[in-house]
Design a protein around this ligand. Structure first.
Ligand code: FE2
Length: 130
């Protein structure tokens, strides 16, 4: 089942396309896991996310500053939390290997954080922008 669905749109085309890219990459990881290739894919996914979220979060933060969004600071803190989790998971895997436990913890975290963040936090921002 694909993570991305139209109901996740916040009606800011740049941000929607970046969210779709993030969802697609997480789908790819899930697909790899179901084919027993999770170990190979998980580090690639985390490295991709590390790079891509720098761009994506900064695009969102620019939008917030440009519109003097009152929750800029709180929103940025949530982004920083996600980046830190990604870095910690990557470190854990490079030091201890990609066990089934750490792979499922990562999958669960990525999917939940992203869906929850888009549906609550980014939608709230979108509501303000309108
Ligand atoms: Fe956000």
């Amino acid at each position: 089942m694909a993570m991305w669905k139209d109901s996740l749109k916040i009606d800011v085309p740049l941000i929607d396309s970046e969210h779709k890219e993030l969802c697609d990459r997480i789908d790819q990881l899930f697909a790899a896991c179901s084919q027993g290739k999770g170990k190979e894919e998980i580090v690639k996914t985390l490295e991709f996310l590390e790079g891509y979220t720098i761009k994506h979060f900064s695009d969102e933060e620019k939008l917030q500053r440009a519109s003097t969004y009152p929750k800029c600071k709180e929103h940025k803190e949530l982004h920083e939390f996600f980046k830190k989790q990604i870095a910690d998971l990557k470190k854990d895997i490079s030091e201890n290997g990609a066990s089934i436990a750490v792979i499922s913890k990562t999958n669960y975290f990525l999917m939940n954080w992203l869906l929850n963040h888009i549906q609550k936090v980014d939608k709230e921002l979108a509501g303000y922008l309108k």
